[in-house]
Design a binder for this molecule. Structure first.
Ligand code: SF4
Length: 297
């Protein structure tokens, strides 16, 4: 299939062995780090951290991307499917409570092949953590391989998604993909009342000036949950910090205000959504890992 890659909504239809598509991913998995990580939500990190695997390349081009070094500049090393299986098992041996595949969309087929070989040995949940810009048919392929989905919903307004992430159709695809994820994992299931072993956690980063879009997203989620009797957790993040090309857009070249964040949190509370509502006052710059190939070489 990577001979005609159409894994994501960019539909490049190229042979990844010899050509680069929008995401710039090669046909083999390309990684920048695989190590224990404590900065995810407690239901993902557990007590012992998650084994976070950072993939190179991305299907979006967010002007505020904090991981540009790997997402757009393609820092990373390629590994075979066999080596990737070893990396998964090595992380598990370290005693982590989950494995997080971070921005892995271009490598879904490689991941399925790699997990298939060692599925009987994997004892911890595998978490699929993405930008949300995905095709439903690609998510359907993951049904038997992923335990917990952690998608972003970044925008509902197509003007914003076009302007800041070059994806006018972001919500069209993201909303269908979130529905598929919730259809696969309709209820939240925990181990020891602590670590999520099955379910969906939706993340939303509040952007400067866009709190009304955030409120629309929360209402969309509430309606989806109520209509379908789905459960999920919500993580509302306040730590937006201008990075990369944010300075090209003066309106988002600042942190969010307390007023903006409070508006969004109040709406989440009004809608009785459950999850993580970070205190804005305590939010600092997001932790950006050192992409030093740890766990890969
Ligand atoms: S995964 Fe990459 S190459 Fe494939 S369709 Fe998406 S952007 Fe294009």
């Amino acid at each position: 299939m990577l001979k005609n890659c159409n894994l994501c909504p960019r539909n490049c239809n190229i042979d990844r062995a010899s050509q680069k598509g929008y995401c710039r991913a090669p046909d083999n998995i390309m990684l920048a780090k695989a190590s224990t990580f404590f900065y995810e939500e407690p239901v993902v990190s557990g007590k012992n951290g998650t084994g976070a695997i950072f993939f190179s390349g991305c299907t979006l081009k967010c002007c505020f991307c904090q991981n540009k070094e790997i997402s757009q500049d393609m820092k990373g090393l390629t590994v075979t499917d066999t080596k990737f299986s070893e990396i998964l098992l090595n992380l598990q041996e370290k005693g982590v409570d989950s494995i997080s595949l971070i921005s892995a969309t271009p490598y879904v087929l490689n991941i399925i092949r790699s997990i298939e070989k060692i599925k009987h040995k994997i004892k911890i949940p595998i978490v699929y953590n993405t930008s949300g810009y995905e095709k439903t048919e690609t998510i359907k392929m993951l049904k038997d391989y992923i335990d917990v989905y952690v998608p972003d919903i970044k925008y509902i307004n197509s003007g914003y998604s076009k302007k800041y992430s070059n994806a006018e159709d972001y919500f069209k695809y993201c909303s269908d993909a979130v529905y598929e994820k919730l259809s696969q994992k309709p209820k939240l299931i925990y181990k020891d009342n602590q670590t999520l072993i099955s379910g969906v956690l939706i993340r939303h980063l509040v952007l400067p000036g866009l709190y009304k879009d955030s409120i629309d997203i929360l209402n969309w989620i509430k309606n989806l949950l109520s209509t379908n009797n789905f459960e999920c957790l919500i993580s509302i993040m306040s730590q937006y910090t201008p990075y990369h090309q944010s300075n090209l857009y003066p309106e988002i070249n600042r942190r969010i205000t307390g007023f903006e964040y409070k508006k969004v949190i109040n709406e989440a509370n009004r809608l009785e959504l459950n999850g993580y509502m970070q205190e804005r006052i305590s939010s600092k710059d997001s932790y950006i890992p050192d992409f030093d190939f740890e766990g890969i070489i």
